[in-house]
Design a protein around this ligand. Structure first.
Ligand code: G1P
Length: 294
């Protein structure tokens, strides 16, 4: 029996330097795309993929995340008194949405280090990891797509995306061979090797790791064994590479569009496209954009 994935880990302790000064006193995970904080998109993706237990790895200055997923008595009371039922439902929905627990990463020592902080909460179960900078708009939630592969093979699965040119050096990059799956052979890969942020000239392929992972719990031992890598940080990619010695790992080129919302231009693109797709804003916003003489 392949154990079910019931838990998702959200590393959220990074300093958000790419978004200063907005992130000086506010977590980057709380930056809103239209009217919803980045991290809520990821949490909703986990929920829509069938995962209800959310563990958020936070650090100093991140209490707004905890408040966001908590009950807000004053706000609910006020909205109730003013009979603002729709807004009340939106606000209540957030705290009712999930079972959430927090664990603290005292120092920002890397993504692998952050994931390792969730070890006690996750235990020996398989789990998902979600990087909320990567916002993914997809017909089937990206995490659900990875879970379908996990449930078939019982092995760790990483989200992959093709990235052309020098931009590849901003990612974990895999060396992988295609595996026929579900009547096709263009989306699933068995990973042979991987490297974190290689020079473009040294990248083993154009297949980048995107911030959705389904991981078996052996990753914790692997992360415990490795030394700091790129940028002096404990890298999740290095932990996965270590795990490859003893376990198969798959990569899946997911269907959907990914936005790098941790980057200013990526954030703007996501904002515009999400606003255009909103039933309550889209038409007016489109008309406004058309008015601009670009
Ligand atoms: C992290 C990972 C990297 C991955 C990327 C996806 O890097 O370390 O392997 O490709 O997320 O967004 P970061 O963007 O946090 O530097």
């Amino acid at each position: 029996m392949i154990p079910k994935v019931r838990k998702a880990v959200f590393p959220a302790a990074g300093l958000g330097t790419r978004f200063l000064p907005a992130t000086k006193a506010q977590p980057k995970e709380m930056l809103p795309l239209v009217d919803k904080p980045l991290i809520q998109y990821g949490v909703e993706e986990a929920l829509h993929s069938g995962i209800q237990n959310i563990f958020i790895v936070t650090g100093r200055g991140k209490s707004a995340i905890e408040d966001h997923f908590d009950v807000s008595f004053e706000l609910e009371h006020t909205l109730d008194a003013k009979n603002k039922k729709d807004l009340l439902a939106v606000v209540r929905g957030i705290s009712d949405m999930i079972n959430v627990a927090y664990v603290r990463q005292k120092e920002a020592l890397g993504l692998g280090h952050a994931v390792l902080r969730a070890r006690e909460l996750v235990g020996s179960e398989p789990f998902a990891a979600v990087l909320s900078d990567d916002v993914i708009d997809a017909p089937i939630p990206c995490l659900r797509q990875l879970l379908d592969i996990y449930e078939f093979y019982g092995a760790s699965v990483l989200a992959l995306m093709e990235v052309e040119g020098d931009a590849i050096s901003a990612y974990g990059v895999v060396d992988a061979e295609p595996v026929p799956h579900n009547g096709g052979n263009s989306r699933l890969f068995r990973i042979r090797n991987m490297v974190e942020k290689p020079k473009a000239s040294e990248a083993p392929s154009n297949l980048a790791i995107i911030g959705r992972y389904v991981l078996t719990s052996e990753i914790f031992d692997a992360l415990d064994h490795i030394e700091p890598g790129t940028g002096g940080e404990i890298q999740l990619t290095d932990g996965l590479k270590y795990l490859l010695r003893s376990r198969p790992i798959y990569g899946y080129k997911f269907e959907g569009k990914r936005y790098d919302a941790g980057d200013k231009l990526g954030f703007l693109r996501a904002t515009v496209e999400f606003a255009l797709n909103r039933y309550d804003l889209g038409a007016e916003f489109r008309a406004y954009l058309k008015e601009l003489k670009l």
